[in-house]
Design a protein around this ligand. Sequence first.
Ligand code: T46
Length: 151
Amino acid sequence: MDRLFVKNAQWIMAKKIVDGHDGILSVANEMENIPFDIKRVYYIYNLINHRNVERGRHAHKSLEQVMFCINGQCNVLLDDGMSAQEIVLDQPTKGIYLGANLWHVMREFNSNCILLVFASDFYNELDYIRNYDDFVASVVEKGNMVNVISA
Ligand code: T46
């Protein structure tokens, strides 16, 4: 598993229970594997144009999320405004925490990719920063505010 060096991201491992039955049961518990109260769950699937599609391409102002690829795989580009890295989600138990102020792009899906996302709040379009320049400006502004406070 790649070391994460971008801010506001971390690997999240779901529990994997292999018992006497066929199949594997995985579980993620609020405040245990998922570091926030879960208000919403959504999933992304049926990626027919999977080779060319990119989803995400935004940051959130305050929303926190954990994303698992529970079938297939995809890449996620993570960009905190200072540095960026691309990770692979390819195991149902290996999730990524997406904190606020983290630009993320999901891409290079394979055809059977299913993303399962736990979110800390309900859908609110006002929480999205969908323009990359606006995102960088907000990171710079927050960085300056930190410097002013700590000066
Ligand atoms: C995110 C990444 C990982 C709703 O009406 N309710 C919802 O709960 C969601 C998630 C979306 N929508 C609507 C808003 C848009 O009209 O569904 C449409 C597609 O949403 P969006 O373009 O934001 O989809 P993605 O895949 O680019 O992003 C989604 C989440 O929206 C976003 O919060 O971080 O997955």
